[in-house]
Design a binder for this molecule. Structure first.
Ligand code: ZN
Length: 1040
């Protein structure tokens, strides 16, 4: 699957169907504010579906009446069962375990699915059902009279077992095994067949199962319906998402990744639709149902051996474009409008070359005869690599034909690259179980980079990796929690835990592991070991240890690269251990130490005990020359070659190119030497290492490893820094959102202004020249494009006159020609500045432009709202909010404008007053969900005792009174959600007040520094940063 999104709550099918009530109760606990204020959001008691073998209205296609089984003696190899439940089912047995017993091995599935979707009967309220039939050929390995397979939310019409099969034939002359009982272990999602006779080891049998189920809406799991608009009409399609464990909700199966089998898939569908699956179409025929309706039966060629999670189908009336790459057809399917508009052209042109690139790299041809890629209008997963039928959310595949922004193209390219990469890592070679899903996701993510680089050779490879993968996961990862890349299989007791493995550690840290490995093995050795791994385990499964073994074989076959120990020992120390080390070098002694990285180190002294170490490859550079790799495989070692002399020209930096997954700290002298070098000749240190120095220093100071002055000292040279990426890194660290909009910034702002204005001129000149003349020159470097925006924003925030002039200039041009005048990467900032510096004339122009924008341009329109909130005129902002909460229909209904206004410097006070005066109206407009955010709006302006008291007197207590008056309205919700033993709503409401007041009290900040502070006075600067940190800490506590 594609990388997880940064935000969003994953709701599984099980949760959605079984636990709606519980979810609401949880929500109450988590968002007490919203729940207390809220209406019930239409949550009904869960419709718990208890599947069983029952007759249903729909007859399974090809179903047969089941003969009454005849009793036969119990099996000799039955698992020992001590007790039985009231209904006669055994209480304990293999169905209590999360893994299938190894008694049966699936070999082949004949699967027929028939969703009842008619193109002329589509509705958001009607549910769609499906029926199905599957014949599964299995080989018995252990004598058993009990048969377990996965099934969840399916209802059965037929359950038969035939066999033993005669080799090479499947006919009616084989015997039939009596089925005494069929029952379901709900917790573990098993269907259990109690047989009347024992299945024999070595023999093959066939399970015949007829079933029916529900096509889901709004959740992309199992079989799901996607309703959308195309050519002005409501349309519907059905698609599938089986990973990780949803195949069992579509057909009964052995739903584990190592239980690979071949599949013959048949789809029955309306003749107006096209059916797609993993393999090419084999044939079509017609079927008439009991109502006389005509259906199309589409069959597909047999798949190669593959796991159930890769089974895929789609039923749609999309158009497609196609291309042939090395003799194999690639088709991309999308809405007819999108195809006609050329929205898939970029993807179409890119996909074939990506396949060829990876075929050449791995020296293994793509296994299937075709590839279909389908752009689903609403798909929760961004993209999924189903073998031969890749599913994408539209936003990850479609582009406007004239889309020039490299960032968007690179993003689409990365998702395609990731999914195509899975055709080898995942589809051809699959991890044996989900605990090693990083073998799929980490490796597919790593090769995204190679592909982006292949298409955009000018992009800075290391820097792209830093921003796309390393930066984010290093920020998240630490040793207080044991989230690891690979996990012990024994840790899993519940199916639900599998989905948690699709996280930043398996994707991004997994990619970092691959990159670090590649760095010390060399590119050639790395690729040849992967080739051998893929070749050996094709159509089969592998463990992490198998991958290490193939790298070890590559190492053992040559004499140039030597490792301190086995690849397995080195890499296990990284993949089985949470967090990462901080490597500290003392340049006077050459002592290098490692210790685990902790968040807020000294504030959690009890946590600073960690017995394990990592085996750390250290690439390093001394005085501009790269040095031979050294290994740190103990907690502390001496490297005399890393001692520095007194000479001013001596310096060194560890983790060259940032290929190691760790942070680097130096003693005082080490940092000082680096500082001197930066001030003398920054370019002697490569860009990626300048980024690393600043990134490490800021994070280490935030977490109490070094003083903030050390990080600030590193920024003194910035006047000489012309690499926009480095500036970007500094600015995001120095000027975060709090600094920009917090009430406590008054003391910091003049200091930062004075400090940065002295240094920003040179980079501003580069930036403004590009903006004025040639933003297109940056087209091939999307990271730089993003950085331009930050520099532009900061320069104007600091009040740089030329920046303000440029903003006015751009806004004037935009008013003359709103379609094209402002280059996209700086549009947000330019519009915001234009409004901030302009008058009501500019504001009214933007407003009317927004309300006249067509629905098609909704996305573009939503980008304009923050700009409208940038006005410095309180009356304009007030007028805007008053309009939004009263007008109907509201053209701003997708954005909470009050929250947006409150995000700006002036707006926060205007928004607070507006809320105080219009609470009831705001409440009616935005409803309970926004309360938390709006309380935050109020809270942001409160920082002194007086303000807290004022707030309590004038707003909070009356607010609580208001809340109490509305208690009837909340009553239904409250009773429904009330945790057992809780008090009535009145005390809950007052508890809310108490919590909120307490939270506001928390917001009090330490006394501000003296007014005559200067940036040169580092103790003052330090005090301010500490105050910032302090504030941040309290805020985190309150939010928790
Ligand atoms: Zn993936």
């Amino acid at each position: 699957m594609s990388p997880p999104c940064g935000s969003g709550i994953y709701v599984s099918r099980g949760v959605a169907l079984l636990s709606a009530g519980l979810t609401v109760a949880l929500l109450l606990a988590l968002v007490a504010l919203a729940a207390l204020y809220g209406n019930c959001a239409g949550v009904q008691p869960s419709e718990q579906h208890i599947p069983g073998v029952t007759d249903t209205a729909s007859t399974p296609p090809g179903g047969q009446e089941q003969a009454r089984p005849t009793g036969t003696p119990e099996a000799a190899h039955e698992p020992v069962v001590a007790t039985t439940s009231q209904d006669g089912r055994p209480l304990s047995g293999p169905w209590n375990h999360s893994r299938l017993p190894p008694w049966l091995v699936p070999l082949h599935y004949d699967l027929e699915l028939w969703p009842r979707l008619w193109p002329n009967n589509l509705s958001y309220t009607e549910s769609v059902t499906f029926t199905g039939r599957v014949n599964i050929t299995v080989r018995c390995t252990v004598a058993t009279s009990r048969l377990l397979l996965h099934s969840f939310f399916l209802t059965y019409k037929q359950a038969e077992v035939w066999g033993p099969l005669t080799l090479g034939t499947r006919n009616a002359t084989v015997g039939r095994v009596p089925v005494d009982n069929v029952w379901f272990a709900q917790d573990t999602q098993y269907m259990v067949l109690d047989l009347g006779q024992v299945l024999q080891p070595g023999s093959r049998y066939e399970l015949h199962l007829g079933f029916s189920g529900q096509v889901l809406q709004y959740i992309s799991e199992g079989l799901f319906l996607d309703l959308y608009t195309d050519q002005g009409q409501l349309r519907g399609l059905i698609a599938s998402q089986m990973e990780a464990t949803f195949a069992r909700t579509v057909f009964p199966c052995f739903d584990e990744p190592a239980l690979k089998a071949t599949f013959n898939i048949t789809i029955i569908h309306h003749p107006g639709y096209t059916a797609l699956s993993n393999m090419p179409q084999l044939g079509q025929s017609e079927r008439i149902d009991v109502n006389g309706s005509r259906w199309m039966v589409t069959t597909f060629y047999t798949t190669p051996r593959m796991p159930t999670y890769l089974v895929a189908l789609a039923i749609c009336d999309f158009d497609h474009v196609s291309r042939t790459e090395r003799g194999k057809e690639i088709r991309i399917w999308a809405r007819k409008d999108a195809i006609a508009n050329g929205n898939v052209d970029f993807a179409m042109n890119a996909t074939g070359p990506i396949f060829s690139f990876l075929e050449d790299l791995f020296n293994i041809s793509y296994s299937l005869p075709k590839t279909d890629i389908i752009a689903l209008p609403h798909f929760d997963n961004r993209a999924m690599e189903n073998w031969g039928l890749l599913t994408f959310d539209e936003s990850s595949l479609l582009l406007e034909p004239d889309e020039e922004l490299t960032e968007k193209r690179a993003r689409v390219l990365a998702v395609i690259a990731h999914e195509v990469g899975h055709q080898w890592f995942g589809n051809l070679v699959t991890m044996s179980w989900w605990n090693n899903v990083w073998l799929n996701e980490g490796l597919a993510s790593y090769f995204e980079l190679g592909i982006i680089n292949y298409f955009y050779p000018k992009l800075q490879r290391n820097e792209i990796f830093f921003f796309n993968f390393l930066h984010g996961v290093l920020r998240e990862d630490h040793s207080q929690e044991s989230r690891t890349v690979s996990t012990n299989v024994e840790n899993f007791t519940e199916t639900n835990e599998i989905k948690e493995l699709f996280n930043i550690y398996t994707y991004h840290k997994g990619a970092c592991m691959a990159r670090m490995l590649c760095s010390f093995l060399s590119q050639n050795l790395f690729i040849s070991a992967l080739q051998s791994y893929l070749d050996t385990f094709s159509y089969s499964n592998a463990e992490q240890g198998d991958l290490w073994r193939h790298f070890q074989m590559a190492i053992d076959e040559q004499n140039i690269i030597h490792l301190p120990t086995t690849v397995k020992s080195i890499m296990d120390s990284w993949t089985y251990q949470g967090g990462f080390p901080v490597i500290t070098l003392n340049v006077s002694t050459g002592v290098v130490k490692q210790e685990p990285f902790y968040l807020e180190k000294t504030k959690n002294p009890t946590l600073v005990s960690h017995n394990n170490t990592w085996i750390v490859p250290i690439f390093w550079m001394k005085n501009g020359t790269t040095q031979p790799l050294v290994w740190l495989d103990r907690s502390s070692m001496v490297f005399p070659e890393m001692q520095l002399s007194d000479s001013d020209s001596d310096w060194l930096t560890l983790n060259f190119n940032m290929t190691g997954y760790y942070r680097v700290n130096y003693d005082e002298l080490g940092w000082k030497k680096l500082n001197q070098q930066l001030e003398k000749d920054p370019k002697a240190i490569p860009v990626i290492n300048r980024l690393q120095l600043l990134n490490d220093a800021f994070v280490l100071s935030e977490n109490n490893y070094i003083e903030i002055e050390t990080a600030l000292d590193l920024t003194k040279y910035l006047a000489e820094e012309d690499e926009i990426l480095v500036w970007f890194e500094v600015l995001v660290n120095l000027i975060n959102r709090d600094v920009i909009s917090d009430v406590n910034n008054y003391a910091i702002y003049p200091l930062l202004k004075k400090y940065l204005l002295k240094r920003i001129n040179s980079i501003w000149n580069t930036c403004s020249t590009l903006i004025r003349k040639n933003v297109a020159a940056l087209q091939d470097n999307y990271l730089a494009l993003l950085s331009v925006e930050k520099v532009f924003e900061t320069a104007c925030w600091l009040g740089l006159e030329d920046c303000l002039q440029l903003s006015k200039e751009l806004f004037r041009k935009w008013m003359a020609d709103p379609e094209t005048a402002i280059p996209h990467p700086i549009q947000r900032v330019a519009l915001c500045n234009g409004i901030a510096l302009g008058s009501v004339k500019e504001w009214d122009f933007l407003f009317s432009f927004y309300v006249n924008i067509t629905k098609k341009e909704e996305e573009r329109g939503s980008r304009l709202i923050p700009a409208m909130c940038c006005s410095k005129e309180p009356w304009i902002l007030n007028r805007f909010m008053a309009y939004v909460v009263t007008v109907n229909p509201n053209p701003f209904n997708k954005t909470n404008v009050i929250e947006a206004v409150a995000a700006s410097e002036v707006g926060q006070y205007v928004a607070k007053d507006f809320l105080l005066n219009n609470w009831a109206t705001v409440w009616e407009r935005y409803g309970p969900e926004s309360v938390d955010a709006l309380v935050w709006v109020i809270g942001r302006t409160v920082s002194t005792d007086l303000q807290v008291m004022e707030c309590l007197q004038h707003w909070l207590l009356p607010g609580c009174y208001f809340l109490r008056r509305h208690h009837k309205r909340m009553n239904g919700c409250r009773i429904y959600n009330k945790p057992s033993g809780s008090e009535g709503d009145e005390s809950s409401a007052w508890m809310l007040c108490a919590v909120t007041c307490g939270w506001m009290l928390f917001r009090q900040s330490p006394p501000p520094p003296r007014e005559n502070s200067d940036v040169k006075d580092s103790s003052t600067f330090r005090l301010i940063f500490r105050a910032q940190e302090n504030l941040q800490m309290k805020r985190t506590d309150c939010q928790a």
